[in-house]
Design a protein around this ligand. Structure first.
Ligand code: FCB
Length: 515
């Protein structure tokens, strides 16, 4: 940390100053405030200590797949800088760190265990614990070993068996130190962005493959939960899903209502229903009948998938207004790497996302905190509440076009306002009786943002990719202040705003503009 940022920090946090009562909205004492990352996005060290390639190594090295040809070969060098990164989190008062383990580091090519890969995560977890930061481990954040993809990847049931072996190997080493284990991060993206939309690795564009992948990811989740539960009934187990809030553009138009229903089914309920109700939604099965999903389901699969969990991780960035007609101007966030891709939804060809004139982030994602409150209430009422499952927001965050001063400091009032607004939206849900136990900001560091490469910065800590110097942004210091004071200040959006959806400030859309 530079001397400059030290100064900012001491000015803004003033921990223990104790002269005045903290301002703002109280944050419940037991509500955990943390940050999240994922292995491929930060670690680098592509072939060190036995790690072999994942589908993201292959994809990022495919010309045209990622903006500017960026790869995760080096990323934030977290593999070598983890100790300093943990120290940085400690200095900010971060309470919990959500990270993922790299399958190909621990089981190269998806095969036998590589002790050196586990050594790294053991060092990481031990330093977190030493720093008083609770580790939150995710087993799969999209980095399938390429060798398994070569044998069919998630469209093959064999991958499920391999995943359970890998989960067991991680537990063998870390089970005595990590109490919260999530199996998957965002199976929607892994299955439908990867196998149907072609936007993510492995870059396939098949609706049938996406559905097969989704089913096998669900099965891998259920089998891994069973395996871990059998080993230790005290573990807190679950998975993270990413959600949208699909509002019909015109609630009085049945065609818009149906278009929104399809998006809700194919993004939210496709995972929620098998996990919490032991069945795929009947309307989804009807919509995708021609795509072979039911041929993939073997007797007993849904019993496995609906194995009880303890915690649901909720990733929320924004909701959307869905109509049955094309919008006049579209949101441009599907311009991954300039590749023309198709809709991730297997059967929502008449569903289109319409800009609502809301402020947007640098991803062109509309900023809609109230959607998070509605989402959490719905999840609790319809799914998690009856199952006795608690909720954590495991990702929420914003990319903005940060401008660093000469010391590398970023005065990101836009991100600070975003974070405050979304934590406030969660506290609204808590006040309404929803058991949301924590919030993880995405992300600790600027990092490799998948098909956008390093072009989009989500971190509360700036990374200078030439020097690997980390500098906490104003938003990091504000989060640290919230944690230190247990009080949330109101969001104050900077003027002028970055941009607004549905205005001329938007990049012209290219390619598919479907939801
Ligand atoms: C989520 C991913 C995460 C990050 C954020 C911006 O979909 O889980 O890795 O890319 O989006």
């Amino acid at each position: 940390m530079t001397a400059q940022t030290q100064t900012h920090q001491s000015t803004l946090i003033a921990p223990g100053a104790g002269v005045a009562a903290p301002q703002g909205r109280p944050v419940p004492a037991e509500f955990v405030l943390g940050v999240a990352t994922a292995a491929y996005q930060i670690e680098g060290a592509r072939h060190e200590d036995g790690r072999t390639d994942s589908i993201w190594d292959t994809f990022s090295h495919t010309p045209g797949a990622v903006v500017d040809g960026d790869t995760g070969d080096v990323a934030c060098e977290h593999y070598h800088r983890y100790a300093a990164d943990v120290g940085l989190m400690k200095s900010l008062g971060i309470q919990s760190y959500r990270f993922s383990t790299s399958w190909g580091r621990i089981c190269p090519d998806g095969g036998p265990v590589n002790a050196k890969g586990l050594d790294f995560y053991e060092r990481l977890v031990d330093s977190l614990i030493d720093a008083g930061i609770a580790p939150w481990l995710t087993l799969y954040h999209w980095d399938l070993p390429q060798a398994l993809e070569d044998r069919g990847g998630w469209t093959s049931r064999e991958t499920v068996d391999r995943f359970v072996q890998y989960a067991g190997a991680v537990h063998d080493r870390l089970g005595d130190r990590v109490s919260t284990w999530t199996t998957l991060n965002e199976p929607f993206c892994a299955a439908f962005l990867g196998y149907t939309a072609g936007m993510h690795a492995p870059g396939r564009t098949s609706p049938a493959d996406g559905l097969a992948a989704a089913h096998h990811l669900m099965l891998a989740h259920g089998r891994a939960v069973q395996e871990l539960r059998a080993r230790d009934s005290a573990l807190e187990l679950g998975l993270t899903l990413n959600f949208t809030v699909a509002d019909p553009l015109d609630p009085s138009d049945p065609r818009d209502v149906d278009a929104a229903r399809r998006v809700d089914a194919q993004m939210n309920r496709v995972f929620l229903d098998p996990i919490f109700r032991g069945a795929y939604p009947s309307d989804l099965l009807e919509d995708v009948r021609h795509l072979g999903l039911e041929d993939r389901i073997v007797d007993g699969d849904l019993d496995i998938i609906s194995t009880p969990i303890d915690v649901l991780g909720v990733n929320y960035y924004n909701g959307e207004a869905i109509g049955h007609t094309r919008p006049a101007s579209a949101l441009a966030d599907n311009l991954n790497g300039g590749r023309l891709t198709r809709s991730p939804f297997p059967a929502a060809d008449e569903s289109f996302r319409h800009p609502r004139g809301l402020p947007v982030t640098a991803m062109d994602w509309e900023i809609q905190p109230e959607g998070l409150t509605r989402l959490l209430v719905r999840l609790h009422e319809d799914y998690t509440g009856p199952a006795g499952v608690t909720l954590h927001v495991t990702e929420n965050g914003a990319a903005f076009d940060d401008v660093a001063d000469e010391d590398g400091f970023v005065e990101d009032g836009d991100r600070t306002a975003y974070v405050r607004a979304h934590i406030g939206a969660i506290l609204d849900a808590v006040d309404a009786g929803v058991p949301v136990r924590g919030y993880f900001y995405w992300s600790l560091l600027d990092n490799f943002e998948w098909a956008w490469g390093y072009a989009k910065r989500f971190g509360i800590v700036r990374v200078d990719y030439d020097t690997q110097v980390r500098t906490p942004k104003a938003s990091a210091l504000d989060l640290a202040r919230t944690i230190a004071t247990r009080h949330l200040l109101p969001p104050v959006a900077p003027v002028p705003l970055v941009g607004t959806s549905g205005t001329d400030t938007l990049t012209e859309p290219v390619g598919d503009t479907q939801a």
